[in-house]
Design a protein around this ligand. Structure first.
Ligand code: SF4
Ligand code: SF4
Ligand code: FES
Length: 280
């Protein structure tokens, strides 16, 4: 017989809810998602939780454990003091669907607004050449698993509800990946300033602290982007220079796609369709 642990899980929907306590028997290597599955299997078959890989890869099982944004599948039960109740709540920043499942579709709406990578033509010999250091710089950002824990913790989204005005840290590093890519041809800096709300970030670094992939979101992604945007638009000489000589390899965007109608809370997103099959 293993030790017992008590989970306090938030149960409910947009109309309201409350915490329910469940005792589970622990075993070596158990993670919080295992404990939730135990509860689902034996005590509350209707408990809703989103997950998919159980390996820290899909980014589906994001929730808040004892108030901290975490992946349920990567948080070991041994991380908590024996006998200490473990509180599990849904992500606070996004609309609740049921129990631990939230509607994160706003993130996919933001993603759709960002024009994808568009490389310049290949060299005469049919290849592209890049400096290794340019690739190394953006490789870090490509580790993102789109768990949206950074979006959840960012106070601009979480406390000030600027989901329309600020794209959030996940998309700032996506924009950084594109802006820093040596082959890309699109100038997204005007949209970073006007539509993605880069000015809202006041570099508190909370996003960096919660990233399970240890991406240094603020210092390596957002701050360099802020400097580039500030140089281009707020340095008077550079602003004039930019007007007279637009960036050589980067084309300004013509018209950006308009927002599609908002998905209602509770609607399954395409990316999470598979995961939704696992919701019970
Ligand atoms: S550093 Fe910027 S993006 Fe990150 S949590 Fe703070 S305000 Fe949000
Ligand atoms: S940057 Fe980190 S915290 Fe944010 S979505 Fe990607 S993996 Fe998750
Ligand atoms: S189930 Fe946790 S990251 Fe995939």
């Amino acid at each position: 017989m293993g030790d017992k642990a008590t989970l306090r899980i938030w149960r409910g929907n947009q109309e309201g809810g409350k915490f329910e306590s469940y005792d589970v028997e622990t075993y070596p290597g158990m993670v919080v998602l295992d404990a939730i599955h135990e509860v689902q299997a034996k005590q509350a078959n209707d408990l809703a939780v989103r997950w998919n890989c159980k390996a820290g890869r899909c980014g589906s099982c994001s929730a808040e454990i004892n108030g901290k944004p975490k992946l349920l599948c990567m948080t070991r039960m041994t991380a908590f003091e024996p006998g200490e109740p473990i509180t599990v709540t849904p992500l606070k920043t996004f609309p609740l669907v049921k129990d631990l499942v939230t509607d994160v579709s706003n993130n996919f709406r933001v993603a759709k607004k960002i024009p994808p990578f568009k490389p310049r033509p290949k060299e005469a010999d049919g290849t592209w050449r890049m400096q290794q250091e340019d690739i190394d710089r953006i490789q870090e950002f490509r580790k993102c698993i789109e768990c949206f824990l950074c979006q959840d913790v960012c106070h601009v989204l979480r406390d000030h509800h600027k989901l329309e005005e600020f794209a959030g840290p996940r998309f700032m590093i996506h924009l950084a990946t594109l802006d820093m890519h040596p082959l890309d041809t699109i100038d997204r800096r005007p949209m970073m300033k006007d539509q993605m709300g880069i000015g809202y970030c006041n570099i508190t670094r909370c996003c960096t602290e919660v990233c399970p992939e240890h991406i240094v979101i603020t210092d390596n992604g957002i701050i360099p982007l802020k400097e580039r945007v500030a140089d281009d638009f707020y340095d008077p000489l550079k602003a004039i220079w930019r007007k007279v000589f637009p960036p050589k390899h980067k084309k300004s965007l013509p018209v950006l796609p308009s927002d599609p109608p908002k998905a209602k809370a509770g609607k399954k997103t395409e990316k999470k369709k598979e995961s939704a099959d696992a919701e019970e």
